[in-house]
Ligand binder design. Structure first.
Ligand code: NDP
Length: 433
């Protein structure tokens, strides 16, 4: 805490991992002796830079850009870029730290990183977003490369932004280096299923957690927070597997639609017209828009937080449990506060932490890198099948490892230990670097 003052989200993420590693360090004292934990907590490199750009009226704005290259023991740095006004070093470091373990869990050869800016894309024109992305990449390009650091999207960074960033990278370097960014459009080097992967993957993970308990999504009432990339494809896969999603949200309010969310309308509003979910209720008379509402007040069997960090506090966790929720799967990164996690664990409900449950996005990014490296393109079906197998394997390894270390059913412990051991082993092999 003294070493990294004011970075509360980073402290929270580190504490959550370290609290679970005691049994591992007892079993493998070599990791404590070589100070692997201290080394893992210190990013290999942190880049902070100025991003000047001009809006449509000619006014100049200065934002701050970040890239924290946390750990490259298993492969090139890999992790998304987030554009949101709340972004500062503590958020980027928490996300980068989690990314190390998540990426290790996928079993793919990728290290951990995260980046972004305090730029707010909301209400900006395409031209403004393009000029911002070009300015951002004009600094960041020198740190990237298919063997060095490969960013992707996150909050506020979707296919449009990845396109502008790739265009500027290509222009500056004079290299059509497809493998330098993932989440590209399938028209020019992107992988099919990458757009859907985080949401689909989270639902596959949920399905596995439910199976262990002799349950399935069939006929279950579900609530999915957010209404962005992860939320939309989480809703889609839940519906395919027979569940009913009755609510979604954004930072202004909640949509409750008892009959089940109309996904085509949600996609049209959010992905095509870039409007707000408040407009959803104008199209469906039987849907209710609750401005400033708390989505976790809505009774459900399955909850899938898919918006942002710390969106479920202790009171919301208690409400979910009291309302009969039996499973929580995190599409977002660290959406449940530590006190909320405790509530879920004490209640004995299935709880899938983000670093395991939402790893399908980055896993499919690694599949995109494979396709780029071999100049190949895979079908949707083949790629989705790979994603499904990866999520099943992540679930299996977390589940079995939790049991092996004396905490059966505790996916937090399982995920942290599996991820840590994979990274720690490589770090030890490389010597003191
Ligand atoms: P999007 O930008 O597509 O959507 C984000 C959604 O979350 C929007 O509905 C947004 O509402 C809401 N949201 C964002 N910030 C806040 C906030 N501070 N308070 C309330 N609501 C908020 O992002 P993604 O769907 O890509 O990301 C969602 C989560 O999933 C993040 O935690 C991200 O780190 C995580 N994730 C994403 C992956 C990916 O592949 N995209 C991979 C793994 C994890 P509004 O429009 O009002 O801001």
């Amino acid at each position: 805490v003294q070493r990294n003052p004011g970075e509360s989200e980073f402290h929270q993420a580190v504490r959550e991992v370290i609290d679970t590693l005691g049994p591992v360090l007892r079993k493998y004292p070599q990791y404590a002796e070589s100070k692997i934990i201290e080394r893992i907590c210190e990013p290999e490199r942190q880049i902070i830079f100025r991003v000047p750009w001009q809006d449509d009226r000619g006014e100049v704005h200065i934002n701050r850009g970040f890239r924290v290259e946390f750990n490259s023991a298993l492969g090139p740095y890999k992790g998304g870029l987030r554009f949101h006004p709340s972004v500062y070093l503590g958020i980027v470091k928490f996300l980068g730290f989690e990314q190390i373990f998540k990426n290790a869990l996928t079993g793919m050869p990728i290290g951990g990183a995260k980046g972004g800016s305090d730029f707010d894309p909301k209400g900006k024109s395409d031209g403004e977003v393009m000029r911002f992305c070009q300015s951002f990449m004009t600094e960041l390009f020198r740190h990237l490369g298919e063997y060095t650091d490969v960013p992707a999207g996150d909050i506020g960074v979707g296919a449009r932004e990845i396109g502008f960033l790739f265009g500027q990278y290509k222009r500056i370097t004079n290299r059509y280096e497809s493998g330098v960014l993932t989440g590209k459009s399938p028209h020019w080097g992107g992988a099919l299923v990458r757009r859907e992967a985080t949401g689909y993957g989270s639902v596959y993970f949920m399905d596995e957690m439910l199976k262990v308990r002799g349950e399935s999504l069939e006929g279950k009432v579900c609530v999915v927070s957010g209404s962005g990339n992860v939320a939309i494809y989480t809703i889609e896969k839940i519906q395919t597997l027979g569940g009913k999603v009755v609510a979604c949200s954004d930072s202004d309010g909640v949509i409750f639609h008892k009959r089940g969310i109309d996904l085509n309308l949600l996609k049209q509003l959010k992905s095509v017209e870039r409007r707000r979910i408040a407009d959803y209720a104008n199209e469906h008379g039987d849907a209710e828009y609750i401005p400033g509402g708390n989505i976790w007040d809505i009774p459900c069997k399955v909850a899938m937080p898919s918006a942002t960090q710390n969106e479920i506090n202790e009171a919301s966790a208690r409400r979910l449990v009291a309302n009969g929720c039996i499973a929580v799967g995190e599409g977002a990164n660290m959406p449940t506060m530590p006190e909320g996690v405790k509530v879920f664990q004490e209640a004995g409900i299935a709880y899938g932490p983000g670093k395991a449950a939402n790893a399908g996005g980055v896993a499919t990014s690694a599949l995109e890198m494979q396709q780029n490296a071999s100049r190949d393109t895979w079908t949707f079906e083949h790629t989705e099948q790979r994603l499904h197998e990866i999520m099943k394997e992540i679930h299996r390894s977390c589940y079995e490892t939790a049991a092996e270390f004396g905490s059966p059913g505790n996916y937090v412990i399982g995920a942290n230990i599996v991820g840590f051991l994979r990274v720690a082993e490589a770090m030890l092999a490389f010597g003191l670097i």
